[in-house]
Ligand binder design. Structure first.
Ligand SMILES: *Cc1c(COP(=O)(O)O)cnc(C)c1O
Length: 366
C-alpha cells in the first residue's frame, strides 16, 4: 500500500519532546515561543501566534477583526469545510467567488466582482500547496479597504513573487496530522500588524493579558510545548521535505503528461508550489469515471483522495443557514467532480512514484 500521506518523527523531535516531558511544563511555554519566532521568520513576517489547530487559527483571525453581525467574508467555494465553519463560528456571513482551473484557487476577477457593501474580509485559500494569485488579490483588498485572511493550512512555505503564503494579510496555518508540517493537531497565525498580533495573543488566553485582568471575552486557543517540540525540527529541515515533494511531483507529471483523460497540475510562473497535494483532473477523454478510477487505484494499493467532492456549501446542513450564501461557482463544481489527488509526499521512493504512474496509466487506459 502506498499511502496518500505519511508521518515520520525525527530523533531530534523525539529529543525535544522528551526535554519538554522532563521539564514538567507541558502546556504553552518556551517551546511554543521558540516555534513562534522561527515560524515568523520562515514566513517572513513580524509575528506568529501559535494556536491549537488550523480551524481555531481561522476563527481567531476573523474574531480579531471585530466584525459586526451581517458583515461578509468572501472565500473560495472549493476548500476544506473548516474555512466555512470558521467564518460561521466567528459570526460572519460566508460568500463565495468562483475558482480558476489552473491553480484551483479563488479567481481574482470573480473575487473583485463579488465585493459588495457588506464585504469586510477577503479570504483566499492556498489550495494543495500553491498560493492563490496574491499579486492581484492583495491590491484588490487594499483598494477596497478590506481585511485579508489567507487560509494557508496547506501552503507552509509556498511563495508568490518571492513572498511567503501568509505574509500578505493575516495568514492561518494548520499543523494537523496530514499537513506538510504536523504536530498531530496545531495551528499558527501570522501577521505584520502589531495590534492584530496583540489582540490574537490576548484572545488566545481567555482575554487575559495579565493574570485575572480580562480585556475581552476570550477563549483557550493555546498550543502546547509538547506539540511545538515536534514542529521545530520539521521547520528546520523543511527545505529538504519540499525538495523531495517537488521531485515527486515532477516525476509524476513526466510520467502522466499526455495521457488522454488526465490533466496534470502545474506550478504557475512566479509561484513556488510546496505540493501538499498532487491533484489531477479526470477529463471527458477518460474511458472511466473519476470515482471508478479511485476505486481501482485503491484496489491496486494506491492511496488517493478526493479533495473535495463538492463545493463547500453544497451540504444539507448549510441549506437553511442564513449566514451561508450559495453564490454560484460552476468552475468549482466542475473541478470537484473531476479532481483526484495522488501520493506525492516526501517519503515516497522513485519506485513508489513509478508504481503510482503505472497504476494510473493502467486504470485510465483500460
Ligand atoms: C486542514 C485545513 C484547515 C483546518 O485545519 P485543522 O488544523 O484541521 O483545524 C483549514 N483550511 C484548510 C484549507 C485545510 O486544509
Amino acid at each position: 500500500m502506498i499511502p496518500i500521506s505519511s508521518v515520520r518523527i525525527s530523533e531530534e523531535a523525539e529529543r525535544l519532546a522528551i526535554e519538554v516531558i522532563r521539564s514538567g511544563m507541558l502546556a504553552q511555554g518556551p517551546m511554543v515561543a521558540r516555534l513562534e519566532r522561527e515560524f515568523a521568520e520562515f514566513v517572513g513576517v513580524k509575528h506568529a501566534i501559535a494556536v491549537n489547530n488550523g480551524t481555531t487559527a481561522l476563527v481567531a483571525a476573523v474574531q480579531a477583526l471585530d466584525l459586526r453581525p451581517g458583515d461578509e467574508v468572501i472565500t473560495s467555494p472549493f476548500t476544506f469545510v473548516a474555512t466555512l465553519n470558521a467564518i460561521l463560528e466567528a459570526g460572519a456571513v460566508a460568500r463565495f467567488a468562483d475558482i480558476r482551473e489552473d491553480d484551483f484557487c479563488i479567481d481574482p476577477e470573480a473575487l473583485e466582482a463579488a465585493i459588495g457593501p457588506r464585504t469586510k474580509v477577503l479570504m483566499p485559500v492556498h489550495l494543495y500547496g500553491q498560493t492563490a494569485d496574491m499579486e492581484r488579490i492583495a491590491p484588490t483588498a487594499q483598494r477596497h479597504g478590506l481585511a485579508l485572511i489567507e487560509d494557508s493550512a496547506q501552503a507552509h512555505g509556498a511563495t508568490i513573487g518571492g513572498r511567503g503564503a501568509g505574509s500578505f494579510g493575516i495568514g492561518t496555518f494548520s499543523l494537523y496530522g496530514t499537513k506538510n508540517i504536523t504536530t498531530g493537531e496545531g495551528g499558527l497565525i501570522t501577521t505584520n500588524d502589531d495590534q492584530i498580533a496583540d489582540r490574537l495573543r490576548v484572545l488566545r488566553n481567555q482575554g487575559m493579558r495579565q493574570r485575572y485582568q480580562y480585556e475581552m471575552a476570550g477563549h483557550n486557543y493555546r498550543l502546547t510545548d509538547l506539540q511545538a517540540a515536534l514542529a521545530i525540527p520539521q521547520l528546520a529541515s523543511y527545505d529538504e521535505l519540499v525538495k523531495r515533494r517537488k521531485e515527486n511531483a515532477a516525476r509524476l507529471s513526466a510520467g502522466l503528461q499526455g495521457l488522454p483523460g488526465v490533466r496534470v497540475p502545474t506550478e504557475l510562473l512566479g509561484r513556488s508550489h510546496v505540493w501538499h497535494q498532487y491533484t489531477v483532473l479526470i477529463t471527458d477523454e477518460s474511458p472511466r469515471a473519476r470515482d471508478e478510477i479511485v476505486r481501482l487505484l485503491n484496489e491496486r494499493g494506491i492511496g488517493c483522495g478526493i479533495y473535495y467532492p463538492k463545493v463547500v456549501y453544497d451540504y444539507e446542513c448549510y441549506a437553511a443557514n442564513a449566514n451561508v450564501i450559495p453564490d454560484p461557482a460552476p468552475v468549482a463544481e466542475r473541478v470537484a467532480a473531476r479532481c483526484l489527488s495522488l501520493p506525492v509526499h516526501q517519503h515516497l521512493t522513485d519506485d513508489d512514484v513509478d508504481q503510482v504512474i503505472e497504476s494510473v496509466r493502467a486504470v485510465v487506459t483500460a
